[in-house]
Design a protein around this ligand. Sequence first.
Ligand code: ATP
Length: 313
Amino acid sequence: MSEPILTVQELYKAYGEIQAVRGISFQIGRGEIFGLLGPNGAGKTTTVSILTGLLAPDRGQITVDGISFQKMPKEIRAKLGLVPQDLALYPTLSARDNLLFFGRLYGLHGKRLRERVEVVLEIVQLTPRAGDAVQTFSGGMKRRLNIAVGLLHEPELLFLDEPSVGVDPQSRNAIFESVEVLNRAGLTILYTTHYMEEAQRLCHRVAIMDRGQIIALDTPAALIREWGSGLIIAGLPEEAAERLTAHLEHHPAVKAIRRRDDRLYLEASHTQGALIALLDAANRMNLPLKSLEVLEANLEAVFLHLTGKRLRD
Ligand code: ATP
């Protein structure tokens, strides 16, 4: 990781009884695309809201470029840009007029404002539709315009909160490309998502969040190397699962084997070899397989391994 632009230490936030964020710590290096990956309700939006000053934490330290967020909010805030999940656009105004309006709110005006508007329209690939009313836009186009708003004041660190949710494939690709272009131009990005493919494609490092905590943090490749072995999930009666476990636990293609309810989770160092061994043993012992699923080594498998749950359950 390069020199940190953001440092978060022991951050906590509860809403009454609900502990939304429970002591998370991480750093983002300048120039990184850093992913917060986790299912709905993991605490991603709460975290982003705290880091952009919209919400006060119960406890915790945040520094941006080494300066305490709590002590110098105004100066620091100017370095940050937020693209929230909710859209706040004026439907009857054109894309360009929306940007001019929000740009003035950010304190931009005159030639500089007009230039920035054209630059951000280009980045999110909306220049050809800049004069059209936002109410004629698809959901994905509105989301891209939302990103453009967050970029107007040229932030150094941009928070993108689930930018691709409910977006058509064309806009999703446009969003990915914008993120990559912006990052190549030097922007640091915190990207929250519950889509592991996105985290895997875009992010240099990923913090996996579940129930308000970070349960793993590394590059996607390292996470997959450590936790994401191919996974075979077999559904079968408990007694059959016990017999299969005893038979397979020392097989060379099997790294680890766990039972949860009526499912057998077989972590494989060699997925095909483990699958053949499983089917062969079940067949020879005449064990009734009710279901069988094979997952390749990816961040979904990492999450499943660490939590026993699917990211999108
Ligand atoms: P999502 O993608 O659904 O927004 P998330 O990972 O961003 O999920 P948060 O929105 O941060 O998660 O929510 C974390 C937990 O806090 C959840 O249990 C959620 O129901 C709860 N929560 C969030 N906002 C509030 C609020 N304003 N009042 C009460 N509980 C809240």
